[in-house]
Design a protein around this ligand. Structure first.
Ligand code: NAD
Length: 307
């Protein structure tokens, strides 16, 4: 089988070497399309691919249509909003992600962002400490749970909410369950967002929630920019000069955030949550193993779509 790795933003060399070892070791061939700049390059490369590994690359209906042999696509990472699952299902292509493989990298970044904002973006102004503060984890999945554990180790108290995890279970996992999102936002000095971008969550965090935060509240977003209602958030930040927003995914209206919020706003220049050597390798190798498992014995663990 021909396994294509198509990455606009390439894996680290060590990850590619590891993927090659796994894929070729299982008797398949590996093709690479790295740092491509035009969609046409991807459309051409997928023409004879049986399997596809991508990172944040968009696998659209057009890509699926250009890949008549494709049987499986694996997003090396957690969020899979870059995969058109409907198009994959219609073409009977198994779509997977590699959950948990980059969670630690993202969780470390979320903690770093809390400290960075508490210390006035490392300007000499007097800052504050995160110890003794309360962090609210919005979605207690792989990343959210790790943020909770790390925050606790730093002396913070942890509250969490997740519509798919009962309060009892959240308690067992060491966090105080929030009764509602309003409860979480109104009681937490920091809110760390870990919801996926879905039709239900897109634009769901805006004025109503953020303006409920206590004095000095910091919203930390390592999830997706789409989950933020930018207009509502800007309104809350403008009305409340004590609130802060830090994000790993630059908002569309970044110039307005910068102008209105100055040091109360920070966005990483490029999404860097999963951008560590370890996460790169973990997610890349997991993707390669999942593909080999699928071809060897039909293993569909981590399949995202149904058909
Ligand atoms: P995960 O799948 O382990 O956890 C997601 C959690 O969200 C689950 O517990 C689930 O119950 C909950 N959830 C699902 N639908 C929801 C909804 N409609 N409303 C509220 N909660 C909902 O994912 P993860 O590994 O913890 O990653 C979380 C998100 O972080 C990903 O979806 C992705 O968008 C983002 N992410 C960003 C980076 C980065 O580089 N910044 C890297 C990895 C993941």
């Amino acid at each position: 089988m021909n396994v294509l790795v198509a990455t606009e933003k390439p894996f680290a060399a060590a990850a590619v070497n590891g993927i090659r070892e796994i894929v070729e070791g299982a008797g398949h061939t590996l093709s690479l399309l790295e740092k491509y700049t035009e969609k046409e390059q991807l459309l051409k490369a997928v023409a004879d691919a049986d399997a596809l590994i991508v990172r944040s690359d968009k696998v659209t209906a057009e890509v699926v249509a250009a890949a008549p042999n494709l049987k499986i696509v694996v997003r090396a990472g957690a969020g899979f909003d870059n995969l058109d699952l409907e198009a994959c299902s219609a073409a009977r292509i198994v779509a997977m992600n590699t959950p948990g493989q980059n969670s630690n990298a993202v969780a470390e970044l979320a903690i770093a962002m809390m400290i960075y904002m508490s210390r006035g973006q490392f300007t000499p102004a007097t800052g504050c400490e995160i110890q003794g503060k309360k962090v609210g984890i919005q979605a207690f999945g792989n990343v959210g749970r790790l943020v909770g554990r790390k925050a606790e180790a730093m002396g913070m108290s942890v509250m969490a909410i997740d519509p798919f995890i009962p309060a009892e279970k959240i308690k067992e996992m060491g966090a105080e369950p929030a009764a509602s999102l309003e409860d979480l936002y109104s009681k937490c000095d920091f809110v760390s967002v870990h919801i996926p971008a879905t039709p239900e969550t897109i634009g769901s965090i805006g004025y109503d929630l953020v303006s409920k935060m206590p004095k000095g509240g910091v919203l930390v977003n390592t999830a997706r920019k789409e989950v933020i209602d930018e207009e509502g958030l800007l309104k809350a930040l403008t009305e409340r000069p004590d609130l802060k927003y830090v994000t790993d995914i630059a908002p569309d209206r970044i110039a307005e955030f910068q102008e209105k919020c100055a040091l109360r706003f920070f966005a990483t220049p490029k999404k860097m949550g999963a951008q560590t050597a370890e996460a790169n390798i973990n997610a890349g190798l997991a993707a390669a193993r999942q593909i080999c498992g699928f071809f060897a014995d039909g293993c569909t663990k981590f399949q995202l779509n149904k058909f």
